[in-house]
Structure formats: structure tokens, C-alpha cells
Design a protein around this ligand. Structure first.
Ligand SMILES: [Zn+2]
Ligand SMILES: [Zn+2]
Length: 263
């Protein structure tokens, strides 16, 4: 328990994704989880109060997750007042068509996302995925034919042990019935971490970082899933790769949207 699964250096991204699958969803985990639900009351991961609906999150902390409204219908950027698209999207249309990002990236949700992404906290990931599905059910966006998680390069995957976007995508795929293609979108080249970079540097850092698995035939409409959308640079590069592969419409789905301006 607790140890991260190590992935052989020779493993392909596909093998890595399957290993992640085993790590996060082994039958033993499921059994222990069910037993845990039966024996222990749920506890809020943020404040320790009683959870609601067998979820490790209390009603008060859930209410503190800010809705991302109003926001740009294209890139999800939080806007001070209602407008269909933000100035930047109006000036230069991104390669993706629409963004579904129901919550704002702010405390306390931001803390939970950090624990999930960088702290190996899979319980935080389950809560986040559960809230994402709740938001989706409350106001479903346009329905794509398939879901594609934003991939990690295999080096990063080995370091972290799991891809947070894939974990989120699994819950959304299960809850919505939309098929998930876990390893169709790939990240063949390692890139330095995006955190700490400005918007322009993020775009440069990611240029041509993503590719579609050779020989894949994709449907007309897909959604790319990530945990957080910050400047939109990752979304843009994924969308460009998918459009190059013949996809007509790419949407972006993320649980939280940062208010960082794209300069
Ligand atoms: Zn709480
Ligand atoms: Zn916009």
C-alpha cells in the first residue's frame, strides 16, 4: 500500500496507461473502499467535518467551490460580466470550439487539486472527479463522440505514478456513458513543467508536444479532458494535434479554470 507503481523505462505510453489503470482500480482497492464506506463515515478531506453522500467532502466546503460564471464560452476565461466570448477569442479563434470548466481555480478547490496532482492523494482525486460529474449532470455541455485525457510524457508518468487527467476522465466517461480513448492522444516529447512559466513561454514550451497515435481514426467531435485549464496553451496544442489528425470539432473539459490572462 502507498508505494507508487514503478514503470519500466522501456514501457510504452500505452503500457504505462494500463499500469495506471491497475494501480488506481485494482479489485483489492475496490473491495477495501467498499468496506471502508460500510464501516467508516465519510470525512471532509479539507476540514474533517462529516462528508455528504458518502463523499469525503462536507456541504460547507463544497459550497465554497466557486462557479466559473460568467466566463468565455470558447476558452472558459472568467469574465467580470456576461459576454459570449472574451476579447482574445474574438480576435483570434482558438483551435478548440468550446470549453466546459464549471468551477474557478481558487481555494479550497485549488488545494484539493494540488494534493491530487502533486501529492499522490487519490482520495482527493475521487472527490474532484465526483464533483466534476455532479457539475456535468447539473448542466451538461455539448456531447462529444469520445473523451481524450491530456497525456503526460512517460517520464512524468513514471515520476507521478498516475495521470490526473486520465483519472478524472475515467469517472466522467463512466458517469456520462461517453467512450474514453485513454492513450490516443500522446505526448512523445518531454517538456519542462508549465508551472512558473508565463503564457507566451507556456505556448513555446508546448509547441508540437502532442500527437495522435499513428493509424487512429477519430470521430468528428471529441473533448479533451484536463484537471485545470490555466492559459489554454495545453488545450490549444492538443486541439491543433487533433485537428491535424482530421477531427472537425475539439472541445476542452476541465474541472477548474484559472483566471490567468492569455497575453
Ligand atoms: Zn469541509
Ligand atoms: Zn475566450
Amino acid at each position: 500500500m502507498g508505494g507508487r507503481r514503478r514503470i519500466n523505462s522501456g514501457a510504452s505510453v500505452r503500457a504505462a496507461a494500463e499500469a495506471v489503470n491497475l494501480k488506481a482500480h485494482s479489485p483489492v482497492d475496490g473491495w477495501l473502499q467498499r468496506l471502508g464506506f460500510a464501516l467508516l463515515p465519510s470525512r471532509c478531506l479539507l476540514c474533517g467535518e462529516a462528508g455528504i453522500r458518502a463523499r469525503d467532502l462536507c456541504a460547507g466546503c463544497r459550497a465554497d467551490f466557486g462557479l466559473n460564471e460568467p466566463s468565455c464560452a470558447c476558452c472558459g476565461l472568467p469574465l467580470p460580466q456576461a459576454a459570449a466570448w472574451c476579447g482574445r477569442c474574438l480576435k483570434r479563434r482558438p483551435a478548440f470550439a468550446a470549453t466546459w470548466a464549471p468551477l474557478r481555480y481558487a481555494p479550497p478547490l485549488a488545494g484539493l487539486l494540488t494534493r491530487f496532482k502533486f501529492g499522490g492523494d487519490l482520495a482527493a482525486g475521487r472527490v474532484i472527479a465526483d464533483v466534476a460529474l455532479e457539475c456535468w449532470n447539473a448542466a451538461p455541455p455539448a456531447r462529444p463522440d469520445v473523451l481524450l485525457p491530456v497525456p503526460l510524457h512517460v517520464d512524468r508518468l513514471r515520476e507521478r505514478g498516475y495521470n490526473q487527467a486520465l483519472e478524472l476522465a475515467r469517472t466522467i466517461a463512466r458517469g456520462t456513458g461517453i467512450p474514453l480513448l485513454p492513450d490516443t492522444l500522446q505526448r512523445p516529447h518531454p517538456t519542462p513543467p508549465q508551472s512558473g512559466l508565463g503564457a507566451l513561454a507556456r505556448r513555446r514550451n508546448l509547441r508540437r508536444a502532442f500527437a495522435v497515435r499513428a493509424g487512429t481514426v477519430l470521430p468528428a467531435h471529441v473533448a479533451v479532458i484536463d484537471d485545470v485549464m490555466t492559459t489554454g496553451a495545453t488545450a490549444q496544442e492538443c486541439a491543433l494535434a487533433l485537428r491535424r489528425a482530421g477531427v472537425r470539432r475539439v472541445d476542452v473539459w476541465a474541472i477548474a479554470r484559472a483566471s490567468t490572462r492569455q497575453k
